[in-house]
Every structure is written in structure tokens, then in C-alpha cells.
Design a protein around this ligand. Sequence first.
Ligand code: SAM
Ligand code: SF4
Length: 482
Amino acid sequence: MELVTGRLEILKEEDKKDLDIARISVDENGENKRKLYIESYGCQMNFADSEIVASILRENGFATTSKIEEAELILLNTCAIRENAEQKVRNRLQHLVPMKKKQNNVKIGVLGCMAERLKTKFLEEEKIVDMVVGPDAYRDLPNLINEVEDGHKAVNVFLSREETYADITPIRLDSNGVTAFISIMRGCDNMCSFCVVPFTRGRERSRDPFSIVKEARELFEQGYREVTLLGQNVDSYKWKGTDENQTENTTTFANLLEMVALVHPDLRVRFSTSHPKDITDEVLYTMKNYGNICKYIHLPAQSGSSRILELMNRTYDREWYMGKIDRIREILGVECGISQDMITGFCTETEEDHLETLSLMDYVKYDYGYMFAYSERPNTPAAKKLVDDIPAEVKNRRLTEVINKQQQHSLERNQMAIGKVHRVLVEGFSKRSAEHLCGRNDQNKMIVFPKENFKKGDYVNVLVTECTAATLIGKAVEDVLA
Ligand code: SAM
Ligand code: SF4
């Protein structure tokens, strides 16, 4: 992708593929250990889960590798959110058939949401799979591997109401050593009618706050400078229990944010995802009060039409969502970064509904967005009660319009950053040049600048001089100007 300034940057096919690529495990030092290769698809929660899996299996004599051909255990951590995510995994399994034929001792396991959705059916449909393991059953992996080695197929898709893997220290896979994800909760109790997550990840449960703060502190001590607190709906985080003084209390998400922010002023704190119905003023004021809590909120709208939002069971309407945006701008200012998820072509969506989505985008002017054509998922409330009646070409045309609108807004929002100094946390070299570093500002925007004597993990004040819709470009300066 060529860096072009001053006009819209449209992603080429190969760049889009890059954005949607599977993450693979890294080479761990492990002579005489059994080799484990993990490939992870889908969301950040899945990548974080693969780090828990690697940790569990390290205790059982495995070391991770990035070379699939040297692995004796191959795990695919899967996503079921859209049909094409599942198709990608099935294609990948087909690619593994010749390898499995050559080396019969290689064992293949499927983990995550697709495993949970299909259960034993997976073993019937994909003969090369030896093991199917749902997201709450990873502690059972050592037993399941034994079963497979004894010549049986193994399945555990039990969903728990308690499992949070709080005591397991993840092994950071594919890490830049500067930014890390911390899972703070699992599952989801919302029933958005289009979504498979409540069925594949089970009931919502929050992890105890002390183990979260401990993990953040340890990461900081190891040199990490940014943590992102992860959950399907972080704002409904709630933990009831006794604190260090044995006093009964409840920790809300705002309390947790503050606890993590207090680990160190140089540890940046981010979070994702916020459900518009749950994000509170208390959270917004906590963000305002701590300089190290980043001023960026991922606030998926899904649609701009109140009629469609009701069919989606999102429990808010267009006006309510706009009110939430106003409140964010009031408390955190117009510069606070806001991003969206949108679905085009949901059941019964008319041209008027679609125009309402575009006009909501005009109202908010999001900094960034993740946009999808509706994909019906079996057994979801929408699949049971509504008809997937919008033709694929209409869904895709509306998707293109939504993406184009977002590109335009991303560019406008990035242009607002020109002429200002931004505090950037350096994540590494720029993809295109070893003479340039890249990192993010508070609002999660990627900034590229000449490296001089700076290095990964430094905070650098960068004056932004130009931009594309995707990237800000600048140079390091001594003082913060704004
Ligand atoms: N929990 C988050 C929320 O409530 O916004 C995100 C969950 S999901 C992993 C990420 C995004 O995938 C959703 O926000 C939605 O836009 C999209 N998505 C979920 N189900 C979908 C479906 N059936 N078809 C198309 N997109 C879908
Ligand atoms: Fe799915 Fe809705 Fe839960 Fe997000 S909040 S995971 S979209 S059910």
C-alpha cells in the first residue's frame, strides 16, 4: 500500500487480506519440548485465549512454534461470527489434509467459537480433526490430548458460569513487547438478534479485579507500556467479593479502570468493547480524570435506524445513541476518538433505514469503523424469527457506501490532528521503512515519524504535519504544543 497524502486512501485487495490474516504462534525456546503450533482467527478475545492455551500447554511439556511443519500438535482457534470466518477455517483444514496424510502422528484440534457452535458435528464434517474444544474447556486440554494420543477423538464444549482463567498468566504470542491485551470478562448476556457470541461463549462473568491489576503490574515491570482491557461488553463488568481487608464490595468497570490506571502513570489503559446502553458518566469522568486512560471509545452502533435497532434487540434507539455521543463530547471533548461497528443489509432493511445509518455517521463523524454485510448465523434469534431477505448485491452496495463514508470521515478527523503535537507510544518500525517508527496517540491513531534516536517503548512528542485516512505523519519535537 503506497502512502499517499492529502487524498482518500482506498485499501487494495492485498491490504484488506493483511487486515484479516490469521495470527500464528511464535518460536519459543524449548529444546526437547513437544512443538505446538496455534493459528488464531477472529477477535482480540480469541488471540488472548490462544495465549492462555499456550500457557496451559507449556505446563504440560509443549513449546510454541511458528513452523507448522515441525509441530506435533496443530490448534486452530476459530471464529463463528460470520459465515466467511467459518469458511476460512474449513479451507485451512483442507490445506492440512496432505500434511496429515504424510505425518499421521500430527494431531489437529479446533478451539473457540466454531468448535462450540458445531460440537461433535465438527468431527463428522471434517474428518482430519482429532479434537474439538470450546472456549471454557481449555484447562481440560492436557486430558483431551491424552485421549487423542490413545487413539480416540476428543470433545469438550462444556460452557461454564465461572471460568475466567484468572490464575493463568498468558504467554504473549506475536507480541511487540509494548502493548498487551488483558481479558477482564468472558461471555455475553446481551441477546443481539444477529449475534452468535452468547451461544458460543456462554454467560457473562467478570474476572476478579486483583488478578487483573496484578497482570497489568507485571506487564509494566516487563517493559509493556499499554494494556487494553478486553470483553464483549466491558461496561457491564461487575465483580462482587471481598477486598484485601475482607470487606464485601462491588467493583464496577469505572472502579476497575481507575485501579489499572493507578498501576503507573506511564502505563496507558485502553478498553474494548463498549455497549452504548452500558457506558456510564462515571466511566467517562474516570477517563477524564486520568491522563493515562486513553481518550478513545469503540462504541458499535450497528445501524442508524431505530426500527432496525429494535429488530436487532440492541435496546437503544437512534436518538438515545446520539445522546450518548453528545455526552462523550461534552465530558471528553470533540477530540475524543470514537469508532463504530456497522452491519448493512440486516433483515428488512430498507433504503430509508440505510440512509439513516449514513446520516448517523455524518452526525458522529467516527474516527474509524469496522463494517460488515449481514451474515445469518444458524439458531440466532434473527435466524429463527426474521427472514434474511436483502439480496447479497444490495448488502454489498450498502456496505461500500458505508465504507466510503467512513473513509471520508477518517480523513476529516485525521486532518484535525495536523499542526498539533501528539504523545506517541512507539510500537516499532513503520511497515514501509526502517528509518521510520510508528506508534499510536491517545485517540488510537497510528502516527509515523523519522526514528532519530528513539526506540520501541518510548513516549515521543510528535508534531503531525500531514495525513491519509489511515495514518498521521509527523516529526518528533521537544515540547507539547496543544
Ligand atoms: N460485543 C461487541 C458489540 O456488542 O458490539 C462486538 C461483538 S462481535 C465479535 C463484533 C462485530 O461483529 C459486531 O459488533 C457486529 O458488528 C459484527 N457482527 C456480529 N454478528 C454479525 C453477523 N451475524 N453478521 C455480520 N456482522 C456481525
Ligand atoms: Fe454479540 Fe451483542 Fe453480545 Fe456484542 S453485545 S457480543 S453483538 S450479543
